[in-house]
Design a protein around this ligand. Structure first.
Ligand code: NAD
Length: 282
């Protein structure tokens, strides 16, 4: 079924909706006639997105939320159900990049990456799923992994660790929904490059010279070769509506990454620096 048939008239909650892919998903969902609950730590950004959606005749509620605070996610669920009732689609999108050698990233910075990227997804599902299950209706949960969920990338280790975790969390969540016969479809979204602020904003370890070139190359690559957030939002909502578990924005790239991962695992190879990674890091 098309995203329009599946989602029109429903309620969507999107974390990290103030920028980039989350904003693209939110704007696309609003264009499909969904009511939007926009969550982000940056309240000015979600207020601006909400104002735009309302100006175009849509409905949107901005709720400032730090996804690294589990109680804030409980409050987000309360706000969403109070405002619009049953949630049709929950998109756990908020996430950050992080740059630096493993040993150069301070403890608190490591904790920040893993808390936002992993626990933020887990506690959002914990906060929303009971009410989604109690409604007993078809609903969707989509978690943002990455093409990096299949791969390895030195100097982005906290990010890669977190995205592998989001994929395995989503897989187990899908199985738990199957186990209890719940009408909730779980997807893991696997974006390739999308032109957002993620690398520009990424916190770095305590040796900035390790990351300067890496940050500039990655930010430039997203800017020059990435999809726009709106394009990504459309592709992602189409994939979720089809009921796909894997929702890549760049299917060929995802297929290649999955094939490379499969060959690496079945061959029990040692980790080896890819030539593209060497070029970025040299
Ligand atoms: N851009 C890409 O190429 C790409 C590729 C693969 C995966 N992703 C994933 O897509 C998701 C969105 O990334 P993006 O590129 O749109 O980034 P972005 O930086 O443009 O947007 C992320 C949003 O999340 C918000 N945010 C950050 N910390 C938060 C917190 N603690 N609580 C609530 N909100 C918070 C930010 O304020 C921002 O508005 C992330 O999970 C990212 O890992 C992005």
């Amino acid at each position: 079924m098309s995203a329009d048939e599946v989602f029109r008239g429903g309620v969507a909650v999107v974390t990290g909706a103030g920028s980039g892919i989350g904003e693209g998903i939110a704007r696309r969902a609003a264009a499909l006639g969904m009511k939007l609950v926009l969550a982000d730590i940056a309240s000015d950004r979600i207020e601006a997105v909400a104002a735009d959606i309302r100006a175009q005749g849509g409905e949107a509620l901005p709720v400032q939320t730090d996804v690294s605070d589990s109680s804030a996610l409980d409050r987000l669920a309360d706000a969403a159900y109070d405002a619009y009732g049953e949630v049709t689609l929950l998109v756990n999108n908020a996430g950050i990049e992080m740059l630096g050698h493993v040993w150069e990233i301070p403890a608190a910075t490591w904790d920040k990456a893993l808390t936002i990227n992993v626990l933020g997804v887990i506690h959002s599902v914990r906060a929303f799923a009971p009410r989604m299950l109690a409604a007993g209706k078809q609903a969707w949960i989509a978690n943002l992994g990455s093409i990096g969920s299949f791969g390895m990338m030195p100097v982005q280790t906290p990010y890669i660790v977190s995205k592998h975790a989001v994929l395995s969390f989503s897989e187990c969540l899908a199985l738990e929904m199957e186990l209890i016969g719940a009408p909730i479809t779980v997807s893991c979204v696997l974006p390739g490059p999308v032109a957002t602020r993620i690398f520009t904003d990424a916190p770095a370890g305590n040796n900035p010279s390790t990351v300067d070139k890496h940050r500039a190359i990655m930010a430039g690559m997203l800017k020059d070769h990435g999809l726009t957030p709106l394009q990504a939002g459309e592709i992602i909502l189409d994939g979720i509506a089809r009921g796909d578990f894997w929702v890549p924005t760049h299917p060929e790239m995802a297929e290649q990454a999955a094939a490379a991962r499969a060959a690496y695992l079945t061959g029990e190879h040692r980790p080896k620096l890819a030539e593209e990674a060497r070029a970025i890091l040299a």
